[in-house]
Structure formats: structure tokens, C-alpha cells
Ligand binder design. Structure first.
Ligand code: PMP
Length: 451
């Protein structure tokens, strides 16, 4: 580790919480970026396949965003929502139209957590119930209410909660009791589980909150249409549907602008939350809801930093760039190529259980290989997650100049690949080649090079 990084790491540890996890045995400081590349304090260059946790949505140092931020910062940084805020009104108009929700109202916050917290406040106030349905293996934020709907022990540090949460099956296709079923049978089993849960519950449930593709959970998703099937049940009970698009929004999944559109037969959700990518690094979160729901609060509510002009200016410039350059289409095309390339690169590697995802949201699940068969032939992949292999690949990729993320339920055994949506074919090829080399470092002994 360089002196610069080691010294900063020591200072970090002396003053910041232990639970604020850092990547890498020797953590790095990223000092600047351009396009899909970033540089650390030693001047080493990396191809960035994680975009600051899916936040650098379009590109690092995108000139349009830099210009919008600089110009707005030169005029005024902050006014608060007590005064009319032109960039906030403009971005709200754009987001309301794009959301697909009729008669939509938009409330801006400073983070995804706060967006989901607001959605939970609205749904529980509207339905006069503190009961919430959430998906197993979910992640919705770090506040007291959102850890209460986070079905992932690694990220839910207290069992105390202002909500009564009922966890249902469905967001993880490839594991759990229904994994062996066909897609149609899987959906039917999850609907039966939901109905069973509602049958056991006294009182009226307020809402279901769900990520269309689970982010922190390891880029897992249900078969398309599951939430449409859920919606039929929810509608019978008057239960609202909150879609958490903090990771899946703005075209990242390639085929769709929003993750919920893979379940479009259900029509738009009642509430939609967003954050991360829209600000391209500036802190913007928000919730969209039908007017009737958004306006149901009978007291004032304010986020002092929500909708701050400098963040809104960044959001508008970023959104314009995204739409004008059809980055959703790029995510579909380049993401499709990248996933195929990764599937080919990992075929025959018994440490890899699955390469999954859509668009530029790709997960590589790592497991312990089975022992070799008698006679020495490889034993194949097991179902046992290997967080050790995931950490080793993360390190090996970094050494070779590629930044990726990890996640995956209780085990953190899934590599998460989510580059900025402007990724080029050449960069996809470059990243896939580095990742193949990094994955080969955890290939079971004796098997290397046999593919
Ligand atoms: N929802 C989802 C799906 C997320 O992935 C995250 C962040 N990882 C959040 C909510 C919380 O967002 P933030 O960290 O901005 O509070």
C-alpha cells in the first residue's frame, strides 16, 4: 500500500465508525475520474464498473453536468423549499411525466433512504396501517424505518421497528424453496405464499415495497410478471405498490426505463422511489406518487436539502444527456454483449454458479466448488456461497485495474457489475478480459487453462 493510502486509512479508522465498510485489504482514495475511468491517489487508473455504487450513471466528469453545477453554484447554492425553486419544478415536471404514474406529484429528498422513508410515511398514513409487505433479501436504506423493511441481516442492525413487516418470497429466482420450479409455477407459488401471509394477518396491510431487481441482494430478480401477479392480489385488498427504483431506474436495465416495466401488465405502481444515478453523484433522492396519496399528509413536511438548486441543475443536465444519447439503448446493447462475454468467460469455472442480470446490472455469483470426482475430473459447482472467492476476485480485479462491487444476501458472494450507462463496446471487452483473469485466480486447482 502506498504511504498516501496507508496514512489516510489510519486516520479513517481513528475517527469513522467501524461499521462503515471499506473495499479492499488496502483501501484506495479515488481522486478523479473521466468517462468510465477513475484514478487513485497514486495515479493508478481503473476502469470503473461500479460507478460509486451505481451513482455515476452517465459518466465521470460529464461536461454538461459539470457546467450546470458550476453555473448554478456561481449563482446560488441553496435557498430551501420555502422559496420557488425553478430547477426543482423543472426536474419534477420531467420525472412526473417519465414515471408513468397518472396525476403524479414528486417530492425530492437528499438520499434513497429518505425517499423510501417518505414512501413508507405516505403509504402508512394513507392506509392508516403500519403493516408493510417486503421481499426477502431486500435492501431499502439505513434509517430506522427502512432497516425495518430490509430483509437482509447484514444490513439490518436492529430488530426494533416502527413497522410490522411481513416478508414474502419471490425476489430471488435461483435459490430458496421454489428455485426448482418453472417460471409460471414459481410465480404461482409466490402468489400462494402472499395470499397465505395476508390470510394470517389481522388488519389492513398498507403497502408492498419491492426492488424490481435487488441491488445489495446481489442483482437477483423474480421472473418477469411476478409483480403483476402480486398486484392482482394487492388490489383485492387495497394494498399499495411501492417500487424502489433506486438502482433500477433511468434505463439501467436496458429493456426498460424503470424496473417495474418488466411487470407492466400490472400498470404503473402507486409510488415510485428513486435516488443514486439521477444526480450522477449529486445527492438527489425522491418519491413519486399519485396526488391523492402524496397529498394525504395533514401536517407540514420538509426536507431542507431536498430539491436544492445545485443538485437539481445536475439532475436536469444528466437526464437530458441520458435521453438525448439513448443511454438506455446503450445499456441494452453493451450490457447484452457484456453478459454474453462473461458467460463465455466463466463457462467451466466451477467457482461460478451463475452470471445473471439485464442491461448494465450484472451479477456473478461465486460458490465453493465440489471436490474433484474419483479419477480427478472437476466436481462442478456447489450451492455453498463463497464470500472469500468474491473478496479475492474483487482484489484481483483491482490489482489489474478494474473496480467492481459485491453484494448478495447474507453472504456477499456475488460480484456486482454496474458501469456508467455510456460504456463503450471496447471498454466492455477490456473489463470482461480483466474480470476473466481475476476469476481465473479463484478457478479450482488443476482446472486452470483447461477450458
Ligand atoms: N434502496 C435501494 C434499492 C438501494 O440500493 C439503496 C442504496 N444502496 C437505498 C435504497 C438507499 O439509498 P441511500 O444510500 O442513498 O440512502
Amino acid at each position: 500500500m502506498s504511504e498516501t493510502h496507508a496514512a489516510l486509512h489510519a486516520r479513517h479508522r481513528a475517527v469513522l465508525p467501524e461499521w462503515l465498510a471499506l473495499y479492499y485489504r488496502q483501501p484506495i482514495e479515488i481522486t478523479h475520474g473521466e468517462g468510465r475511468y477513475v484514478w487513485d491517489a497514486d495515479g493508478k487508473r481503473y476502469l470503473d464498473f461500479f460507478g460509486g455504487i451505481l451513482t455515476t450513471m452517465t459518466a465521470h466528469a460529464l461536461p454538461e453536468v459539470t457546467k450546470a453545477v458550476t453555473e448554478q453554484a456561481g449563482r446560488i447554492l441553496h435557498t430551501s423549499t420555502l422559496y420557488l425553486d425553478r430547477p426543482m419544478v423543472e426536474l419534477a415536471e420531467r420525472v412526473a411525466r417519465l414515471s408513468g404514474i397518472p396525476d403524479a406529484r414528486v417530492f425530492f429528498t437528499a438520499s434513497g433512504t429518505e425517499a423510501n422513508d417518505t414512501a413508507l410515511l405516505l403509504a402508512t398514513a394513507y392506509r392508516r396501517s403500519h403493516q408493510i409487505l417486503a421481499m426477502r433479501n431486500s435492501y431499502h436504506g439505513r434509517s430506522f424505518s427502512t432497516v425495518g423493511v430490509t430483509g437482509n441481516r447484514n444490513w439490518s442492525p436492529t430488530a426494533l421497528s416502527p413497522l410490522q413487516t411481513l416478508y414474502v418470497h419471490g425476489a430471488v429466482r435461483g435459490r430458496g424453496p421454489f428455485a426448482a420450479l418453472s417460471d409460471a409455477e414459481f410465480i404461482a407459488a409466490c402468489v400462494a405464499d402472499l395470499e397465505d401471509m395476508l390470510g394470517q394477518t389481522g388488519g389492513d396491510v398498507a403497502a408492498l415495497i419491492a426492488e424490481p431487481v435487488q441491488g445489495v441482494g446481489g442483482f437477483t430478480a423474480p421472473p418477469d410478471g411476478l409483480y403483476a401477479a402480486f398486484r392482482e392480489v394487492l388490489d383485492r385488498h387495497g394494498i399499495l405498490w411501492i417500487t424502489d427504483e433506486v438502482q433500477t431506474g433511468w434505463g439501467r436495465t436496458g429493456e426498460h426505463f424503470w424496473g417495474w416495466q418488466a411487470h407492466a401488465a400490472a400498470g404503473p405502481p402507486d409510488l415510485l422511489t428513486f435516488a443514486k444515478g439521477i444526480g450522477n453523484g449529486m445527492s438527489i433522492g425522491g418519491v413519486v406518487a399519485r396526488a391523492e396519496i402524496m397529498n394525504c399528509l395533514d401536517a407540514n413536511s420538509i426536507s431542507t436539502f431536498g430539491g436544492s438548486p445545485v443538485t437539481m441543475a445536475a439532475g436536469l443536465a444528466n437526464l437530458n444527456h441520458l435521453l438525448e444519447n439513448d443511454l438506455q439503448g446503450n445499456a441494452r446493447r453493451v450490457g447484452g454483449l457484456l453478459i454474453e462475454r462473461l458467460r463465455a468467460a466463466t463457462a467451466g469455472n466451477d467457482a461460478v454458479r451463475e452470471v445473471r442480470g439485464r442491461g448494465l446490472m450484472i451479477g456473478v455469483e461465486l460458490v465453493e466448488p465440489e471436490p474433484p470426482l474419483p479419477g480427478g475430473a472437476p466436481g462442478g459447482s456447489s450451492d455453498r456461497p463463497s464470500p472469500e472467492a468474491a473478496s479475492a476476485v474483487l482484489e484481483a480485479a483491482r490489482e489489474r485495474g478494474l473496480l467492481i462491487g459485491k453484494g448478495g444476501g447474507h453472504h456477499s458472494s456475488v460480484l456486482r457489475i454496474a458501469p456508467p450507462l455510456s460504456l463503450t463496446v471496447a471498454e466492455a471487452e477490456e473489463g470482461a478480459a480483466i474480470l476473466q483473469e481475476a476469476l481465473d485466480t479463484v478457478r479450482p486447482r488443476g482446472e486452470r487453462g483447461t477450458r
